[in-house]
Design a protein around this ligand. Structure first.
Ligand code: NA7
Length: 543
């Protein structure tokens, strides 16, 4: 019974109403357990709720980037475009929340500020920004790996008197840049999507590029209804292929690949290789992730694709000097997130767009009127920070999480996050991560990964049963072995050659460490299956 002095109690508290948190909640509700989901935003959708910048859209085909767990949902929902834009993804998230009756157990505009394990009750004591304390037998952190937006600590940041916008916290009612002089800092996925649209409104756009991305044309279009019919008829088989055969959790359905992660780039002739790259270029999007199997492990193989993409890029840009800046990548392709764009490079052919390279240099300072680079001041009405995220660990580190003996999760993660299968950290019983560190969020479609993890956690709760004091904790040995395996797999890739968010290298002071498992979805599923086999022997279960 809850009294004025005892906290409200739930079987499960979930943090985050993105796609992972929503599905987790659905499974918990189906299990008949009590659940409360806390969400900082005022609605569902997670990353799509916050990232409303112009041009925001998914770059995995929508028929693949959607829930797979409910056949009726799959059949009834119809996407309007090959790659849905943010508003449509929000409609989908809201549809799911209503269809599965999730809202009554959700509390919006509420951040979880701390989660502290109480040994005596074997429960999590959870505090929120609304001043509540609740208790939960299980806590699931579905906080997302790209949710803690980052603005670098530029000199003079607060001196600037114009408008400041962060792509990942875009104003709900949009922004009209008509006639303005605007600066965009950053050229990652968000900037690559936003720049072509913003350029059409502004009088002058300055893009400040530190590291050029590699970008492939997205080739978005209205969703062909015949194609949709074909997909819907074949969904069970295609979903199986996504889960069991793909490395990345998507198979680029539109493109029936000749080579699908099964052979080296050098197992075919140069002509055949080029033909594959050309076909994928025409198909668009991220389908290079399912190309040859050594692109991420062999620098020479990687260069065959990188040089192909650089050459294609040069053809899109009229001014050779600008093209040179846009193709001066000094890291292997795919070791930073590949971008997929609509007219990104062509935008630099406009008279009102200027690319300013700060490679090897930096933004010196912000002034009341603009920003200074190479000693030159650029006066602007607005600055857009497309500067990325404190990825993977950022959102979790904003919560004070204390486990057994009061150990702080951040101390346990000092140097690098640690989590067995990316699901649980030793010393933090009954606490699960979804789409968190040490799983393969970096290179696997988050939709597929989080669905799999949710189902894993759900099965685990079924195994544990309903005894009130039951606990589960990843054994330290298992966690250590997983970290060793993760490093082993990562070591054989080229990932360490780029300063990416995959490596925590985009945030000054963040320890440089591989944050994701790079073994591919099928291998990850296999490891997770092994982790639950034999009665969860890699876990300490106490009843
Ligand atoms: P990204 O991909 O991390 O891009 C951030 C961009 O901001 C990138 O070009 C950075 O350059 C740039 N940046 C960051 N800090 C600075 C400073 N101090 N000065 C200049 N430029 C800076 O974030 P996005 O939001 O675009 O995309 C994130 C993910 O969302 C993406 O991977 C997809 O999974 C979807 P850098 O490359 O670090 O030199």
């Amino acid at each position: 019974m809850t009294t004025a002095s005892s906290p409200q109690s739930f079987d499960v508290v979930i943090v985050g109403a993105g796609f992972a948190g929503m599905y987790m909640q659905h499974r918990i509700q189906q299990r008949g357990l009590s659940v409360r989901l806390y969400e900082a935003g005022s609605g569902v959708g997670g990353t799509w709720y916050w990232n409303r910048y112009p041009g925001a859209r998914v770059d995995v085909e929508s028929v693949e980037y959607s829930y797979t767990f409910d056949a009726e949902l799959e059949q009834e929902w119809s996407w309007s475009e090959r790659y849905a834009a943010q508003p449509e993804l929000m409609r989908y998230a809201n549809h799911v929340a209503d269809r599965f009756n999730l809202r009554p157990n959700m509390q919006f505009n509420t951040k979880v500020t701390s989660a502290v394990w109480e040994e005596a009750s074997r429960r999590w004591q959870i505090k929120t920004s609304q001043g509540e304390t609740v208790s939960a037998k299980y806590c699931v952190l579905a906080t997302g790996f790209l949710s803690s937006g980052s603005i670098p600590d530029f000199d003079g940041l607060n001196d600037y008197q114009g408008n400041k916008y962060l792509t990942s916290r875009w104003p709900e009612n949009g922004v009209d840049f008509t006639g303005q002089r605007v600066a965009v800092i950053g050229t990652g996925s968000s900037a690559v999507q936003a720049i072509p649209i913003i350029a059409q409104q502004v009088s002058q756009l300055y893009v400040f590029q530190r590291t050029p991305s590699y970008s492939i044309p997205l080739r978005n279009c209205p969703l062909d209804r015949e194609y949709e019919k074909r997909v819907k008829a074949m969904y069970p088989e295609w979903r199986r292929r996504q889960r069991e055969e793909s490395r990345a959790g998507f198979i680029a359905l539109n493109y029936e690949p000749a080579y699908s992660n099964e052979q080296s780039a050098f197992a075919v002739s140069a002509e055949e290789r080029l033909k594959d790259y050309e076909t994928r270029w025409e198909s668009g999007g991220l389908c290079y992730y399912s190309s040859f199997n050594d692109l991420l492990t062999n620098q020479e193989a990687n260069e065959t694709l990188a040089s192909f993409v650089r050459e294609k890029t040069r053809q899109r840009v009229k001014d050779p000097a600008v093209a040179e800046l846009l193709t001066s990548q000094d890291y292997p392709i795919l070791t930073k997130r590949l971008c997929a764009d609509t007219n990104y490079y062509e935008t630099y052919n406009r008279d009102n767009v200027k690319l300013v390279s700060i490679k090897g240099s930096r933004i010196e300072k912000l002034t009341p009127k603009g920003l200074v680079v190479h000693g030159e001041e650029y006066e602007v009405d607005s600055i857009i920070f497309a500067t990325g995220f404190d990825a993977v660990t950022g959102a979790v580190s904003n919560i004070e999480v204390r486990g057994v003996n009061g150990e702080n999760l951040q101390d346990h993660w000092e140097g690098a996050p640690r989590a067995y299968l990316g699901l649980m950290s030793n010393g933090f019983p009954n606490l699960f991560f979804l789409d968190g560190p040490c799983a393969n969020g970096a290179l696997v479609s988050p939709m597929l990964l989080s669905e799999y993890q949710v189902e894993w956690v759900d099965r685990c709760l079924g195994f544990l049963g309903t005894a009130p004091e039951v606990t589960i904790d990843a054994k330290l040995d298992a966690e250590n072995a997983w970290m060793t395996h993760m490093d082993e797999v990562g070591k054989h890739t080229l990932m360490h050659m780029a300063n990416s968010w995959y490596m925590g290298a985009n945030i000054p002071g963040k320890p440089r460490a591989l944050l994701s498992y790079l073994g591919g979805l099928a291998a990850y599923r296999e490891q997770c299956r092994a982790g639950e086999a034999n009665g969860y022997q890699q876990f300490a279960v106490s009843r």
